[in-house]
Ligand binder design. Structure first.
Ligand code: DAH
Length: 331
């Protein structure tokens, strides 16, 4: 057995690659291996217990040498691989990308409103005519429907032209008090130019409770516009019309470029039109079985591209959708 042990050691030392390593193990511990074979001689041994122990020791010895050699070969392989490679060279830059400017503006709007306690709701882009128009108090033949150049799918479905339908869907699902922000993509059958796209983004916001007034709307929007454009800019509300709000207003902010003095960007008026808003029309509340005698609410809708254009002073909306990295990397 001493002889065999020496032989095992010598064989292990001679191993130079993984093939030889496998052969080494098979030669001793394999099915027909020399050590394995010894076990069958046990029945003739004088001291069975002691002989058994010794054979077992040999078996473990083979396993140990095998494991040692395996590690050694692996180390050699790694060293070989590193040869001819300059590990002091700096690594290649990993291109991590950046957030799209519209995503950034969207995130910022969401963050301002969630800090004010608004929660986020979404709705489908393929929408029912009922939610997009009828429930929002657009009468069947009302010309206001024509103001939204709509992609119709069939008599019942269309691509939503605004995020206002999410008001209706949310009020159907939850009872007031509600304080909700509804961001999303919208579609209009418009000719594409520097300020029009068939696909764009809006954020709808609304609040419904027993005691919501126009002054709440003014407070919330004034804070929002100051947060997003700068706290030194004034806001103003002008009377307007939307079927789903009464009274309705269009909200302007002092020009972010000339700060109210008058320039090309604001067409010398000193003001920029930013969003539409108003008190939710009683008919909209009735459509979702909320009692307009008991509850009131305000709503507003903001165009995300419009905010991004003004905030980053981009002069062509198409840049947001062309995916030119030279443009996108600036944000
Ligand atoms: N949905 C309107 C649009 O896309 C924007 C709007 C105006 C939303 C007034 C409102 C609102 O909630 O009160 O033209």
């Amino acid at each position: 057995m001493e002889e065999l042990k020496k032989q095992i050691k010598a064989d292990a030392d001679a191993v130079k690659d993984t093939v030889a390593l496998t052969q080494f193990k098979a030669k001793y511990n394999g099915k027909k291996g020399a050590v394995t074979g010894l076990f069958s001689t046990l029945k003739d041994a004088v001291d069975k217990k002691e002989t058994g122990r010794q054979i077992n020791e040999l078996k473990v010895y083979v396993e140990t040498l095998f494991a040692e050699k395996e590690t050694e070969l692996l180390d050699i392989k790694k060293t070989e691989e590193l040869k001819g490679m300059d590990i002091t060279l700096p690594a290649y830059d990993v291109a991590t990308g950046t957030l799209h400017p519209l995503t950034k503006v969207m995130d910022e709007i969401k963050s301002i409103f969630t800090r004010m306690g608004f929660s986020i709701e979404e709705g489908p882009e393929i929408e029912k005519d009922y939610y997009n128009f009828t429930a929002l108090n657009f009468q069947p033949e009302h010309p206001a429907r024509d103001m939204h150049d709509t992609f119709h799918i069939n008599d019942e479905y269309l691509l939503r032209t605004h995020t206002s339908p999410i008001q209706v869907r949310t009020m159907e699902k939850y009872a007031p008090p509600l304080k909700v922000l509804a961001p999303g993509r919208v579609y209009r059958r418009d000719a594409i130019d520097a300020s029009h796209s068939t696909v764009f983004h809006q954020v709808e916001g609304f609040m419904v409770d027993t005691d919501i007034r126009f002054s709440d709307l003014k407070g919330v929007l004034d804070l929002f516009l100051k947060e997003i454009f700068g706290s030194d800019l004034k806001t103003r509300f002008r009377p307007s019309f939307f079927p789903f709000t009464e009274p309705s207003a269009e909200v302007d902010v002092q020009c972010v470029h000339c700060r109210g003095k008058g320039c090309n960007m604001c067409k010398r008026t000193g003001w920029l039109e930013i969003l539409g808003a108003g008190m939710i029309h009683p008919n909209v509340l009735r459509a979702v079985r909320i009692d307009p005698e008991k509850y009131s609410g305000f709503a507003f809708g903001v165009g995300v591209e419009r905010i991004a254009i003004l905030k980053y002073q981009v002069d062509d909306m198409r840049l947001f959708f062309e995916n030119d990295l030279r443009f996108l990397k600036q944000f």
